[in-house]
Design a protein around this ligand. Structure first.
Ligand code: GLN
Length: 491
Protein backbone atom coordinates (compact mmCIF):
# COMPACT_ATOMS: atom_id res chain seq x y z
CA UNK A 1 0.00 0.00 0.00
CA UNK A 2 1.34 3.45 -0.82
CA UNK A 3 2.05 5.80 2.06
CA UNK A 4 -0.77 8.19 1.15
CA UNK A 5 -3.29 5.34 0.75
CA UNK A 6 -2.28 4.01 4.15
CA UNK A 7 -2.34 7.44 5.83
CA UNK A 8 -5.78 8.10 4.32
CA UNK A 9 -7.08 4.73 5.55
CA UNK A 10 -5.85 5.47 9.07
CA UNK A 11 -7.42 8.96 8.93
CA UNK A 12 -10.69 7.42 7.73
CA UNK A 13 -10.60 4.78 10.46
CA UNK A 14 -10.73 1.86 8.02
CA UNK A 15 -7.47 0.57 9.51
CA UNK A 16 -5.35 1.47 12.51
CA UNK A 17 -1.76 2.50 13.09
CA UNK A 18 -1.33 -0.61 15.22
CA UNK A 19 -2.47 -2.93 12.42
CA UNK A 20 -0.22 -1.15 9.91
CA UNK A 21 2.76 -1.39 12.26
CA UNK A 22 2.11 -5.04 13.09
CA UNK A 23 1.84 -5.77 9.37
CA UNK A 24 5.16 -4.08 8.61
CA UNK A 25 6.87 -5.85 11.54
CA UNK A 26 5.50 -9.20 10.33
CA UNK A 27 7.00 -8.59 6.88
CA UNK A 28 10.32 -7.71 8.48
CA UNK A 29 10.14 -10.97 10.45
CA UNK A 30 9.32 -12.97 7.33
CA UNK A 31 11.85 -11.49 4.89
CA UNK A 32 14.61 -9.51 6.53
CA UNK A 33 16.80 -12.52 7.26
CA UNK A 34 17.12 -12.81 3.48
CA UNK A 35 17.33 -9.09 2.65
CA UNK A 36 19.38 -7.78 5.60
CA UNK A 37 18.00 -4.24 5.48
CA UNK A 38 17.73 -3.64 9.24
CA UNK A 39 20.50 -3.00 11.70
CA UNK A 40 18.04 -2.32 14.54
CA UNK A 41 14.32 -3.08 14.84
CA UNK A 42 12.52 -1.07 17.55
CA UNK A 43 9.42 -3.22 17.86
CA UNK A 44 8.35 -1.91 21.29
CA UNK A 45 8.91 1.74 20.36
CA UNK A 46 7.05 1.35 17.07
CA UNK A 47 4.04 -0.34 18.67
CA UNK A 48 3.92 2.31 21.41
CA UNK A 49 4.01 5.12 18.82
CA UNK A 50 1.25 3.37 16.84
CA UNK A 51 -0.88 2.96 19.96
CA UNK A 52 -0.48 6.67 20.67
CA UNK A 53 -1.76 7.53 17.17
CA UNK A 54 -4.73 5.19 17.61
CA UNK A 55 -5.53 6.78 20.98
CA UNK A 56 -5.38 10.21 19.37
CA UNK A 57 -7.77 9.03 16.63
CA UNK A 58 -10.12 7.46 19.19
CA UNK A 59 -10.23 10.73 21.11
CA UNK A 60 -11.21 12.53 17.90
CA UNK A 61 -8.09 14.68 17.85
CA UNK A 62 -6.70 15.67 14.39
CA UNK A 63 -3.99 13.39 12.97
CA UNK A 64 -0.77 14.51 11.25
CA UNK A 65 -0.02 13.92 7.56
CA UNK A 66 2.04 10.79 8.35
CA UNK A 67 -0.06 9.55 11.28
CA UNK A 68 0.43 5.84 11.86
CA UNK A 69 2.68 5.31 8.84
CA UNK A 70 5.62 2.96 9.55
CA UNK A 71 8.95 4.33 8.31
CA UNK A 72 12.62 3.38 8.55
CA UNK A 73 15.68 5.58 9.03
CA UNK A 74 19.12 5.22 7.47
CA UNK A 75 21.54 4.46 10.26
CA UNK A 76 23.44 7.70 9.61
CA UNK A 77 20.61 9.75 11.14
CA UNK A 78 20.13 10.04 14.91
CA UNK A 79 17.03 8.52 16.50
CA UNK A 80 17.04 9.09 20.27
CA UNK A 81 17.67 5.91 22.22
CA UNK A 82 18.37 3.74 19.16
CA UNK A 83 21.93 2.76 18.27
CA UNK A 84 23.63 4.87 15.57
CA UNK A 85 26.50 3.03 13.91
CA UNK A 86 26.87 4.81 10.54
CA UNK A 87 27.57 1.27 9.30
CA UNK A 88 30.92 1.40 11.10
CA UNK A 89 32.66 -0.45 13.91
CA UNK A 90 33.92 3.02 14.87
CA UNK A 91 30.52 3.94 16.35
CA UNK A 92 29.57 0.54 17.81
CA UNK A 93 27.69 1.05 21.05
CA UNK A 94 26.87 4.74 20.46
CA UNK A 95 23.38 5.77 21.59
CA UNK A 96 22.44 9.28 20.43
CA UNK A 97 20.76 11.34 23.15
CA UNK A 98 18.28 13.05 20.84
CA UNK A 99 16.54 12.91 17.48
CA UNK A 100 17.91 14.50 14.32
CA UNK A 101 15.70 17.40 13.19
CA UNK A 102 14.28 15.27 10.35
CA UNK A 103 13.32 12.51 12.79
CA UNK A 104 11.71 14.99 15.16
CA UNK A 105 9.68 16.33 12.24
CA UNK A 106 8.63 12.83 11.16
CA UNK A 107 7.41 12.11 14.68
CA UNK A 108 5.54 15.43 14.81
CA UNK A 109 3.76 14.39 11.60
CA UNK A 110 2.72 11.15 13.32
CA UNK A 111 5.12 8.67 11.66
CA UNK A 112 5.93 5.39 13.42
CA UNK A 113 9.66 4.64 13.40
CA UNK A 114 10.31 0.93 12.87
CA UNK A 115 14.06 1.10 13.28
CA UNK A 116 17.39 1.79 11.63
CA UNK A 117 18.42 0.44 8.24
CA UNK A 118 21.79 -0.42 6.75
CA UNK A 119 24.16 1.69 4.65
CA UNK A 120 27.69 1.74 3.34
CA UNK A 121 30.08 2.75 6.11
CA UNK A 122 29.74 6.51 6.70
CA UNK A 123 27.64 6.59 3.48
CA UNK A 124 30.69 5.88 1.32
CA UNK A 125 29.75 3.49 -1.44
CA UNK A 126 27.32 2.70 -4.23
CA UNK A 127 26.38 -0.90 -3.38
CA UNK A 128 25.81 -1.24 0.39
CA UNK A 129 28.60 -3.82 0.52
CA UNK A 130 30.85 -1.61 2.67
CA UNK A 131 28.78 -2.05 5.82
CA UNK A 132 30.17 -3.28 9.14
CA UNK A 133 26.98 -5.37 9.54
CA UNK A 134 27.43 -7.08 6.14
CA UNK A 135 25.82 -6.43 2.74
CA UNK A 136 22.14 -5.79 2.02
CA UNK A 137 20.62 -7.88 -0.78
CA UNK A 138 18.43 -6.62 -3.58
CA UNK A 139 14.83 -7.81 -2.98
CA UNK A 140 14.42 -8.36 -6.75
CA UNK A 141 17.37 -10.77 -6.88
CA UNK A 142 19.10 -11.72 -3.65
CA UNK A 143 22.38 -12.30 -5.50
CA UNK A 144 22.58 -8.66 -6.52
CA UNK A 145 23.37 -5.36 -4.79
CA UNK A 146 20.57 -3.01 -3.72
CA UNK A 147 22.72 0.03 -4.60
CA UNK A 148 24.15 2.39 -2.03
CA UNK A 149 24.83 3.99 0.15
CA UNK A 150 21.17 4.06 1.31
CA UNK A 151 20.75 0.40 0.28
CA UNK A 152 18.93 -0.57 3.46
CA UNK A 153 16.40 2.22 2.90
CA UNK A 154 15.70 1.22 -0.71
CA UNK A 155 15.52 -2.50 0.05
CA UNK A 156 13.20 -1.81 3.00
CA UNK A 157 10.73 0.24 0.94
CA UNK A 158 10.81 -2.29 -1.94
CA UNK A 159 10.18 -5.12 0.55
CA UNK A 160 7.26 -3.39 2.28
CA UNK A 161 9.19 -2.87 5.52
CA UNK A 162 7.40 0.42 6.10
CA UNK A 163 5.97 2.85 3.55
CA UNK A 164 8.94 5.24 3.44
CA UNK A 165 12.53 5.58 4.49
CA UNK A 166 14.88 8.50 5.00
CA UNK A 167 18.22 8.21 3.23
CA UNK A 168 21.04 10.65 2.57
CA UNK A 169 22.39 11.69 -0.81
CA UNK A 170 25.93 13.07 -1.07
CA UNK A 171 26.64 11.87 -4.61
CA UNK A 172 23.58 9.76 -5.44
CA UNK A 173 22.99 7.63 -2.38
CA UNK A 174 19.22 8.12 -2.34
CA UNK A 175 18.70 7.93 -6.12
CA UNK A 176 21.03 5.05 -7.03
CA UNK A 177 19.59 2.49 -4.57
CA UNK A 178 16.07 3.71 -5.39
CA UNK A 179 16.83 2.97 -9.05
CA UNK A 180 18.25 -0.49 -8.40
CA UNK A 181 15.38 -1.49 -6.07
CA UNK A 182 12.46 -0.12 -8.10
CA UNK A 183 11.36 2.67 -5.73
CA UNK A 184 11.19 6.48 -5.84
CA UNK A 185 14.10 8.47 -4.35
CA UNK A 186 14.30 12.26 -4.06
CA UNK A 187 17.42 14.32 -3.44
CA UNK A 188 16.14 17.76 -2.45
CA UNK A 189 17.84 21.06 -3.20
CA UNK A 190 20.90 21.55 -0.99
CA UNK A 191 19.66 23.41 2.09
CA UNK A 192 16.03 22.30 1.71
CA UNK A 193 16.34 19.82 4.61
CA UNK A 194 18.21 20.20 7.90
CA UNK A 195 21.35 18.11 8.38
CA UNK A 196 21.31 18.54 12.16
CA UNK A 197 21.70 15.12 13.78
CA UNK A 198 22.95 13.52 10.56
CA UNK A 199 26.50 12.12 10.64
CA UNK A 200 28.54 14.28 8.26
CA UNK A 201 30.21 12.73 5.22
CA UNK A 202 30.85 15.68 2.86
CA UNK A 203 29.05 18.66 4.30
CA UNK A 204 28.82 20.79 1.15
CA UNK A 205 27.07 17.91 -0.66
CA UNK A 206 25.08 15.95 1.97
CA UNK A 207 21.29 16.14 1.86
CA UNK A 208 18.57 13.97 3.45
CA UNK A 209 15.87 12.67 1.11
CA UNK A 210 12.87 10.32 1.12
CA UNK A 211 12.56 6.89 -0.52
CA UNK A 212 8.98 5.78 -1.15
CA UNK A 213 6.82 3.71 -3.46
CA UNK A 214 5.23 6.65 -5.25
CA UNK A 215 6.14 10.19 -6.27
CA UNK A 216 3.30 11.77 -4.27
CA UNK A 217 4.42 9.78 -1.20
CA UNK A 218 7.88 11.34 -1.57
CA UNK A 219 6.30 14.80 -1.92
CA UNK A 220 4.41 14.27 1.33
CA UNK A 221 7.43 13.03 3.30
CA UNK A 222 9.61 15.83 1.93
CA UNK A 223 7.02 18.43 2.88
CA UNK A 224 7.11 17.08 6.45
CA UNK A 225 10.92 17.14 6.81
CA UNK A 226 11.75 20.30 4.80
CA UNK A 227 12.34 23.77 6.14
CA UNK A 228 14.95 25.91 7.82
CA UNK A 229 16.36 24.80 11.17
CA UNK A 230 18.34 26.85 13.66
CA UNK A 231 20.86 24.02 14.03
CA UNK A 232 21.90 23.94 10.36
CA UNK A 233 23.09 27.28 9.03
CA UNK A 234 22.82 26.01 5.44
CA UNK A 235 19.10 25.20 5.70
CA UNK A 236 16.67 27.66 4.16
CA UNK A 237 13.43 28.01 2.24
CA UNK A 238 13.09 31.01 -0.07
CA UNK A 239 9.31 30.51 -0.27
CA UNK A 240 8.82 30.48 3.49
CA UNK A 241 7.21 27.04 3.28
CA UNK A 242 4.53 28.04 0.79
CA UNK A 243 5.66 25.91 -2.13
CA UNK A 244 6.00 22.69 -0.09
CA UNK A 245 2.25 22.82 0.46
CA UNK A 246 1.77 22.49 -3.30
CA UNK A 247 4.11 19.56 -4.00
CA UNK A 248 1.53 16.81 -3.65
CA UNK A 249 -0.90 18.60 -5.96
CA UNK A 250 1.95 19.30 -8.40
CA UNK A 251 2.35 15.52 -8.89
CA UNK A 252 -1.06 15.44 -10.55
CA UNK A 253 -0.86 18.68 -12.52
CA UNK A 254 0.40 17.31 -15.83
CA UNK A 255 3.21 18.54 -18.07
CA UNK A 256 1.44 20.51 -20.79
CA UNK A 257 4.00 22.96 -22.18
CA UNK A 258 6.80 21.79 -19.92
CA UNK A 259 10.25 22.00 -21.56
CA UNK A 260 12.12 18.74 -21.01
CA UNK A 261 15.85 18.58 -21.78
CA UNK A 262 16.94 15.07 -22.70
CA UNK A 263 20.60 14.59 -21.83
CA UNK A 264 21.53 12.61 -24.92
CA UNK A 265 25.23 12.21 -24.02
CA UNK A 266 24.13 10.33 -20.91
CA UNK A 267 22.72 7.56 -23.10
CA UNK A 268 26.02 6.69 -24.78
CA UNK A 269 27.41 4.47 -22.04
CA UNK A 270 24.32 2.90 -20.48
CA UNK A 271 22.93 -0.60 -20.89
CA UNK A 272 20.29 -1.21 -23.56
CA UNK A 273 17.47 -1.52 -21.02
CA UNK A 274 18.40 1.76 -19.34
CA UNK A 275 18.60 3.55 -22.71
CA UNK A 276 15.21 2.16 -23.69
CA UNK A 277 13.74 3.31 -20.36
CA UNK A 278 14.93 6.90 -20.88
CA UNK A 279 13.78 6.99 -24.51
CA UNK A 280 10.34 5.63 -23.66
CA UNK A 281 10.05 8.05 -20.75
CA UNK A 282 10.92 10.97 -23.04
CA UNK A 283 8.28 9.86 -25.53
CA UNK A 284 5.74 9.55 -22.70
CA UNK A 285 6.41 13.12 -21.54
CA UNK A 286 6.03 14.36 -25.11
CA UNK A 287 2.76 12.47 -25.48
CA UNK A 288 1.57 14.11 -22.26
CA UNK A 289 2.15 17.58 -23.73
CA UNK A 290 5.78 18.40 -22.91
CA UNK A 291 8.28 19.57 -25.51
CA UNK A 292 11.59 17.72 -25.85
CA UNK A 293 14.95 19.46 -26.29
CA UNK A 294 18.25 17.71 -26.75
CA UNK A 295 20.90 18.94 -24.32
CA UNK A 296 24.58 17.97 -24.18
CA UNK A 297 26.07 18.92 -20.75
CA UNK A 298 29.73 18.40 -21.79
CA UNK A 299 31.07 19.72 -18.48
CA UNK A 300 28.98 17.33 -16.39
CA UNK A 301 31.18 14.58 -17.84
CA UNK A 302 33.77 15.76 -15.29
CA UNK A 303 31.43 15.51 -12.32
CA UNK A 304 32.72 12.17 -11.01
CA UNK A 305 36.42 13.10 -10.62
CA UNK A 306 35.52 16.51 -9.15
CA UNK A 307 32.99 14.92 -6.82
CA UNK A 308 35.37 12.26 -5.50
CA UNK A 309 38.16 14.76 -4.80
CA UNK A 310 35.77 17.10 -2.95
CA UNK A 311 33.87 14.34 -1.12
CA UNK A 312 37.07 12.61 0.03
CA UNK A 313 38.63 15.91 1.12
CA UNK A 314 35.61 16.90 3.18
CA UNK A 315 35.33 13.36 4.56
CA UNK A 316 38.96 13.39 5.71
CA UNK A 317 38.20 16.54 7.72
CA UNK A 318 34.81 15.38 9.03
CA UNK A 319 36.11 11.98 10.11
CA UNK A 320 39.14 13.39 11.96
CA UNK A 321 37.00 13.61 15.11
CA UNK A 322 36.87 9.79 15.38
CA UNK A 323 40.22 9.38 17.06
CA UNK A 324 39.38 7.17 20.03
CA UNK A 325 39.75 10.16 22.39
CA UNK A 326 37.07 12.65 21.43
CA UNK A 327 34.78 10.23 19.62
CA UNK A 328 34.67 6.63 18.48
CA UNK A 329 36.24 3.27 19.14
CA UNK A 330 39.36 3.29 21.34
CA UNK A 331 42.00 0.60 20.83
CA UNK A 332 43.41 -1.29 23.82
CA UNK A 333 47.07 -0.30 24.09
CA UNK A 334 50.06 -1.65 25.90
CA UNK A 335 52.10 0.40 28.40
CA UNK A 336 54.79 1.52 25.94
CA UNK A 337 52.42 2.78 23.23
CA UNK A 338 52.19 6.59 22.84
CA UNK A 339 49.35 8.93 21.84
CA UNK A 340 50.08 8.61 18.12
CA UNK A 341 49.77 4.83 18.46
CA UNK A 342 46.42 5.29 20.18
CA UNK A 343 45.10 7.41 17.30
CA UNK A 344 46.53 5.16 14.60
CA UNK A 345 45.42 1.91 16.17
CA UNK A 346 41.91 3.17 17.06
CA UNK A 347 41.32 4.45 13.52
CA UNK A 348 42.79 1.34 11.90
CA UNK A 349 40.48 -0.87 13.95
CA UNK A 350 37.40 1.34 13.73
CA UNK A 351 37.33 2.18 10.00
CA UNK A 352 36.81 -0.31 7.18
CA UNK A 353 38.97 -0.38 4.02
CA UNK A 354 36.86 1.98 1.84
CA UNK A 355 36.71 4.65 4.56
CA UNK A 356 40.46 4.36 5.16
CA UNK A 357 41.12 4.69 1.42
CA UNK A 358 39.04 7.88 1.28
CA UNK A 359 40.52 9.46 4.39
CA UNK A 360 44.02 8.87 3.02
CA UNK A 361 43.18 10.21 -0.45
CA UNK A 362 41.27 13.19 0.97
CA UNK A 363 44.11 14.11 3.33
CA UNK A 364 46.52 13.87 0.42
CA UNK A 365 44.35 16.06 -1.84
CA UNK A 366 44.24 18.74 0.88
CA UNK A 367 47.95 18.63 1.70
CA UNK A 368 50.05 21.70 0.88
CA UNK A 369 51.82 20.18 -2.13
CA UNK A 370 48.66 18.94 -3.81
CA UNK A 371 45.89 21.31 -2.74
CA UNK A 372 46.11 23.48 -5.88
CA UNK A 373 46.39 20.55 -8.25
CA UNK A 374 43.50 18.56 -6.79
CA UNK A 375 41.18 20.20 -4.27
CA UNK A 376 41.27 23.70 -5.70
CA UNK A 377 40.93 22.40 -9.26
CA UNK A 378 38.01 20.17 -8.27
CA UNK A 379 36.26 23.20 -6.77
CA UNK A 380 36.70 25.07 -10.06
CA UNK A 381 35.29 22.15 -12.01
CA UNK A 382 32.39 22.08 -9.57
CA UNK A 383 31.62 25.69 -10.37
CA UNK A 384 31.69 24.95 -14.13
CA UNK A 385 29.36 21.96 -13.72
CA UNK A 386 27.00 24.06 -11.62
CA UNK A 387 26.96 26.95 -14.09
CA UNK A 388 26.33 24.59 -16.99
CA UNK A 389 23.38 22.96 -15.24
CA UNK A 390 21.96 26.29 -14.06
CA UNK A 391 22.18 27.74 -17.57
CA UNK A 392 20.58 24.64 -19.09
CA UNK A 393 17.77 24.78 -16.56
CA UNK A 394 16.94 28.29 -17.74
CA UNK A 395 16.20 26.89 -21.21
CA UNK A 396 14.50 23.73 -19.90
CA UNK A 397 12.22 23.20 -16.92
CA UNK A 398 13.56 19.72 -16.15
CA UNK A 399 16.31 17.45 -17.44
CA UNK A 400 15.64 13.78 -18.15
CA UNK A 401 18.30 11.07 -18.14
CA UNK A 402 19.29 7.78 -16.55
CA UNK A 403 19.96 7.37 -12.82
CA UNK A 404 22.42 4.47 -13.05
CA UNK A 405 24.25 3.12 -16.08
CA UNK A 406 22.70 -0.32 -15.63
CA UNK A 407 20.24 -2.36 -13.57
CA UNK A 408 21.38 -4.02 -10.32
CA UNK A 409 24.69 -5.85 -10.67
CA UNK A 410 25.94 -8.96 -8.83
CA UNK A 411 27.26 -8.78 -5.27
CA UNK A 412 31.06 -8.69 -5.13
CA UNK A 413 31.81 -6.83 -8.39
CA UNK A 414 32.26 -3.44 -6.75
CA UNK A 415 34.68 -4.73 -4.16
CA UNK A 416 37.00 -5.91 -6.92
CA UNK A 417 37.18 -2.52 -8.66
CA UNK A 418 36.51 0.62 -6.58
CA UNK A 419 37.19 3.10 -9.42
CA UNK A 420 34.74 1.35 -11.76
CA UNK A 421 32.20 1.60 -8.96
CA UNK A 422 32.82 5.35 -8.56
CA UNK A 423 31.72 5.66 -12.19
CA UNK A 424 28.30 4.22 -11.32
CA UNK A 425 27.69 7.73 -9.90
CA UNK A 426 28.31 9.49 -13.21
CA UNK A 427 24.70 10.64 -13.64
CA UNK A 428 24.00 11.44 -10.00
CA UNK A 429 26.97 13.48 -8.73
CA UNK A 430 26.30 16.58 -10.89
CA UNK A 431 23.12 17.36 -8.92
CA UNK A 432 25.10 17.33 -5.66
CA UNK A 433 27.92 19.47 -7.04
CA UNK A 434 25.30 21.97 -8.25
CA UNK A 435 23.00 21.66 -5.20
CA UNK A 436 19.99 20.89 -7.43
CA UNK A 437 16.95 18.73 -6.68
CA UNK A 438 16.66 15.42 -8.55
CA UNK A 439 14.47 12.33 -8.45
CA UNK A 440 14.89 8.74 -9.55
CA UNK A 441 11.75 6.82 -10.39
CA UNK A 442 11.13 3.27 -11.59
CA UNK A 443 10.51 2.59 -15.27
CA UNK A 444 9.39 -1.04 -15.50
CA UNK A 445 11.66 -4.05 -15.60
CA UNK A 446 14.80 -4.39 -17.70
CA UNK A 447 15.85 -7.43 -19.69
CA UNK A 448 16.87 -9.51 -16.65
CA UNK A 449 13.64 -8.84 -14.80
CA UNK A 450 15.32 -6.18 -12.66
CA UNK A 451 13.92 -2.66 -12.12
CA UNK A 452 15.03 0.04 -14.57
CA UNK A 453 14.86 3.74 -13.66
CA UNK A 454 14.98 7.26 -15.02
CA UNK A 455 16.11 10.49 -13.39
CA UNK A 456 14.89 14.09 -13.51
CA UNK A 457 16.70 17.26 -12.42
CA UNK A 458 15.13 20.67 -11.80
CA UNK A 459 16.39 24.15 -10.87
CA UNK A 460 17.37 24.92 -7.28
CA UNK A 461 14.32 25.13 -4.97
CA UNK A 462 12.03 24.14 -7.83
CA UNK A 463 10.89 20.84 -6.35
CA UNK A 464 7.38 21.80 -7.50
CA UNK A 465 8.36 21.36 -11.16
CA UNK A 466 10.36 18.23 -10.33
CA UNK A 467 7.27 16.65 -8.76
CA UNK A 468 5.09 17.79 -11.64
CA UNK A 469 7.25 16.01 -14.22
CA UNK A 470 7.86 12.98 -12.00
CA UNK A 471 4.13 12.56 -11.35
CA UNK A 472 3.38 12.60 -15.06
CA UNK A 473 6.15 10.09 -15.76
CA UNK A 474 4.89 7.81 -13.02
CA UNK A 475 1.42 7.72 -14.55
CA UNK A 476 2.94 6.63 -17.88
CA UNK A 477 5.47 4.17 -16.46
CA UNK A 478 5.13 0.40 -16.98
CA UNK A 479 3.87 -1.15 -13.73
CA UNK A 480 6.19 -3.20 -11.54
CA UNK A 481 5.04 -6.52 -10.05
CA UNK A 482 3.55 -5.89 -6.57
CA UNK A 483 6.06 -8.15 -4.84
CA UNK A 484 9.78 -8.07 -5.70
CA UNK A 485 10.79 -11.35 -7.30
CA UNK A 486 13.50 -12.10 -4.74
CA UNK A 487 10.95 -12.39 -1.92
CA UNK A 488 8.86 -15.52 -1.64
CA UNK A 489 5.58 -14.56 -0.05
CA UNK A 490 4.79 -16.33 3.19
CA UNK A 491 1.09 -16.81 3.95
N1 GLN B 1 28.58 6.60 -4.12
C1 GLN B 1 28.96 7.92 -3.70
C2 GLN B 1 30.12 7.85 -2.76
O1 GLN B 1 30.53 6.79 -2.45
C3 GLN B 1 27.81 8.64 -3.09
C4 GLN B 1 27.59 8.30 -1.68
C5 GLN B 1 26.50 9.13 -1.08
O2 GLN B 1 25.72 9.78 -1.76
N2 GLN B 1 26.47 9.10 0.25
O3 GLN B 1 30.64 8.81 -2.32
Amino acid sequence: MSLITLADAIQAGTTTATLATQGALARVGAHDDAVGAFVHVDEAGALAAAAAVDAQAAAGRPLGPLAGVPVTIKDLIAVAGQPLTAGSAMLAGYLPPRDATVVRKLREAGAVILGKVSLDEFAMGSTNEHAAQGPVRNPWDLGRVPGGSSGGSAAAVASGFGAASLGTDTGGSVRLPAALCGVVGVKPTYGRVSRSGVVAYASSLDQVGPLTQTVADAARVLRCIAGPCGEDATSLDPSGGADAEGWEAACGRGVDGLRVGVVSAWLDAVSDDVRLAVETAAAALEAAGATLHEVALPLAAHAVPAYYVIAMSEASANLARYDGVRFGHRAALSADDDLDALYAQSRAEGFGPEVRRRVILGTWALSSGYYDAYYDRACRVRRLVRDELTRTLQRCDVLLGPTAPRCAWPLGEALADPVATYHMDQYTTAANLAGLPAVSLPWGLGADGLPAAVQLHAAAFDEATLFRAAGALERAAPALPATPTGLTETP
